[in-house]
Design a protein around this ligand. Structure first.
Ligand code: IDC
Length: 384
């Protein structure tokens, strides 16, 4: 009897165990079944995510390329490809002004008249117009050192420096390069006010050291028999003062005879400094083939030349305009990729002034407000 019970118990346990096993195995299978779609689902999600990312990336780069193209088109039309936001800090390689990538840069712009005499044209609206409507990428701030109101004679030093600060700020806001010009003229020899120049350039280059768009012109036009040797000696003192604060800025050095004898600089350039250029100035109704040849020869001899001032009238800043010579100059300058800055942004009654003398406004100009020089220049600069 006991054995029969044992046997029954044994059979029941076996059945129970078999049942438990079956149930567990089934459950596992089910779990497995359930797990499979989950893994599949995850792979699918992962794949579609990758797809979206890929598409998105393509769309992103397509969008970027389209935006870049549109920007280039705008800049090309406006002649603004060579602006500080694109070219950054400039440098000099061989005879050429270049951008950060080593690409040739040509600055084309306008010089103020004497800051003390025509301060009203240092205003941001006007700088903006010059950039947008004229395609100007550089403004020169001309500060006379002698003459009446000159920095080293009876001028208001602080007022003049303030104008320069504002000029640099407006040019910076408008994405343009800017030249700080120590405009010697009746003082003939830059050594006459060498100590003042040293103080001025030390102060200015300290202030503008973090700008990538400021160029320093250390002596507008040595004249009255000032030799290249005397200019070099001056340059050798002023350049290190600027370099101590602003190690890479482009510095423009004037040449003898109202910045015309670039051949003398080519024969004996300033040594020991990078990013130095030499200025040549011309007035098209006075200076023609012969000065153009001097310039071409100096460049061919390896001198980096910068035309920081020119007019299309005669050398007095007045008199008749010579458009044929002016066009011949521009053709040569463009061929050599030389930068050029026109004299002058004022309404003074002289033919070099770009604004008609009867026009008093200081911005918001239209075609009929410009002098003959102004109209010629606007056409040249905007490459219309
Ligand atoms: C002229 C101005 C004129 C001003 C005179 C001052 O156009 O209004 O009265 O200077 O002496 C230069 C000089 C530049 C001259 C210009 C025209 O750099 O200052 O401006 N010029 O004479 N070099 C050659 C010509």
């Amino acid at each position: 009897m006991k054995n029969k019970r044992k046997r029954i118990m044994c059979i029941v346990s076996c059945i129970f165990l078999a049942l438990v096993y079956c149930l567990t195995a089934c459950g596992r299978g089910k779990e497995k079944e359930e797990a499979q779609p989950k893994e599949k689902e995850q792979t699918e999600i992962q794949e579609s995510r990758e797809e979206i990312e890929k598409e998105g990336g393509e769309k992103e780069s397509e969008k970027e390329a389209a935006e870049e193209k549109a920007l280039e088109e705008i800049q090309e039309t406006e002649g603004l490809l060579q602006a500080p936001s694109i070219c950054g800090r400039l440098a000099v390689r061989g005879t050429q002004l270049v951008d950060q990538q080593g690409e040739a840069v040509q600055l084309r712009g306008i010089s103020t008249h004497g800051l003390a005499w025509f301060p009203q044209y240092v205003n941001e609206e006007l700088f903006g117009e010059l950039r947008e409507d004229w395609g100007v990428n550089v403004v020169r701030l001309a500060m006379y050192t002698a003459e009446s109101g000159g920095y080293c004679t009876d001028g208001d030093k602080d007022g003049l420096k303030d104008l320069i600060r504002r000029g640099v700020e407006y040019a910076t806001n408008q994405d343009m390069y800017v030249i700080v010009d120590w405009h010697i003229l009746s003082d003939n020899n830059p050594n006459q006010y060498r100590a003042e120049a040293l103080g001025f350039f030390d102060e200015m280059s300290k202030e503008f050291a973090d700008h990538n768009n400021v160029l320093y012109e250390i002596c507008n036009e040595p004249n009255g028999g000032t030799s290249w040797g005397e200019i070099k000696s001056y340059a050798n003192e002023i350049i290190p003062a600027i370099r101590a604060n602003d190690p890479d800025a482009v510095i423009l050095v004037g040449t003898p005879n109202w910045s015309q004898y670039v051949n003398e600089a080519a024969a004996d350039p300033v040594t020991g400094f990078e990013n130095i250029m030499y200025t040549l100035h011309f007035y098209a109704a006075t200076h023609t083939d012969s000065l153009r040849n001097t310039m071409a020869e100096a460049i061919d001899a390896g001198l980096p030349v910068f035309v920081s001032e020119y007019g299309i009238c005669d050398a007095s800043g007045n008199g008749g305009i010579d458009e044929a010579q002016a066009n011949a100059w521009v053709e040569t300058l463009d061929r050599y990729q030389v930068s050029y800055v026109a004299w002058n942004l004022s309404n003074k009654e002289e033919t070099s002034a770009l604004i008609r003398s009867t026009v008093d406004k200081t911005s918001g100009f239209s075609e009929e407000d410009f002098s003959d020089s102004g109209r010629w220049l606007r056409q040249v600069l905007s490459r219309e």
